[in-house]
Design a protein around this ligand. Structure first.
Ligand code: CU
Length: 357
């Protein structure tokens, strides 16, 4: 019974996406336009936050026999991120996988929760230097995602102690405060039911150091995809962070979900951060679009940059985001505005980053 439910759910999703793709092939289909969070009107912000709450409240599609912690449609995505953590970070599919993942979330908000807009992005360069970080409009208690948690003393000798961390407790204001079971999964790779509050542990220092415009410029200057991806992802230590780690640790520090490699999508800010990383990639692609619509590389296995364990990701490499969408290939997501003719995606950005000389 449970097995057939899983198959049924996948079939329903597959046919729904096919219908979507067919509809996308219509010549009048126009890409939706993603905008920066602070440029949205009050009304647009509140309709986005309303849709996030809606998806947090919809029942999960992940078959119940898989585990007991996946409660909501929102959790379906957190769960798939936990499961695939080591195959889609520090590998060639990192940016392509997260591009499809954010687009899947955006489609869920629109199709399942009646959201009319596009996924907003967070241009964190606008919230540097460090002194500006905590007052980012993204953390606004009335029109944003709420701010920091109370300071929880950590262990300064721990290698996981994020430099400059300033919180660690439950988020105290905004739309996700006061919910003791907003998060159901984690910490780390645990997928059993574990009700937790949303936590933040802002590090203004970390954000100022890794998210200033010069860091984005470093990535844009990369000559090919391999170097570009490594500049975005950075290395495994805090000192070697790229812009990717900059916002994960700048928001999540050591004790917030955003700082947890596995469970980071449990903080709804994740999707604004990854939309901007996607925008960094699209900005880089647009600097030489014809060539960069097909430029993909990087190891299949975690950090295997010398290919000691296997080969590289290619355009034919499969991408899966679990029960929430059909599997596609890297080729299908190289063009964000393919709109069914040249890919699975159909959105644009209102602005891209320019390479400064
Ligand atoms: Cu991730």
């Amino acid at each position: 019974m449970q097995i057939s439910r899983g198959i049924f759910v996948n079939w329903v999703l597959a046919s729904a996406l096919c219908t979507n793709l067919l509809a996308s092939a219509h010549p009048r289909q126009k890409p939706i336009v993603r905008k920066e969070w602070r440029t949205l009107s009050k009304h647009e912000k509140s309709s986005y936050l309303r849709a996030v709450k809606c998806i947090l409240g919809k029942p999960a599609l992940t078959p119940a026999f898989n585990n007991t912690g996946v409660i909501s449609r929102y959790d379906d995505l957190v769960y798939t991120h936990i499961q695939q953590t080591f195959s889609m970070h520090y590998t060639g599919q990192f940016l392509a996988w997260h591009r499809y993942y954010v687009a899947t979330y955006e489609r869920m908000l629109r199709k399942e929760c009646g959201y009319k807009g596009a996924q907003p992005y967070w241009d964190w360069t606008l919230d540097t230097p460090a002194g500006n970080w905590a007052s980012s409009p993204v953390f606004d208690p009335m029109t944003g995602f709420g701010g920091n948690g109370d300071f929880i003393p950590g262990d300064p000798a721990s290698p996981f102690e994020v430099p400059g961390r300033s919180g660690g407790g439950c988020v105290k204001d905004g739309p996700f405060a006061g919910v003791p079971d907003l998060v159901h999964l984690g910490p780390q790779d645990s997928v059993t039911y574990n009700p937790q509050c949303l936590k933040r542990d802002l590090s203004p220092y970390f954000a100022g150091r890794y998210l200033a415009m010069n860091q984005t410029q470093l990535t844009l200057a990369a000559p090919d995809f391999g170097w570009f991806d490594r500049a975005v992802e950075g290395g495994p230590s805090f000192e070697a962070s790229g812009v990717h780690g900059g916002a994960h640790y700048g928001v999540g520090g050591a004790y917030g979900q955003m700082g947890d490699l596995y469970t980071s999508p449990a903080d709804p800010i994740f999707y604004l951060h990854h939309a901007n990383l996607d925008r960094v990639w699209w900005s880089w692609q647009k600097l030489n679009l014809q060539a960069r619509l097909t430029d993909i590389s990087g190891p299949i296995f975690l950090m295997d940059y010398d290919n000691l364990q296997g080969g590289n990701v290619t355009l034919d490499y499969p991408l899966s985001v679990g029960v929430s969408a059909v599997d596609v290939t890297v080729r299908d997501v190289m063009n964000i505005a393919g709109c069914g003719r040249k890919g699975a995606l159909c959105y644009e950005y209102d602005k891209v980053y320019k390479l400064q000389s």
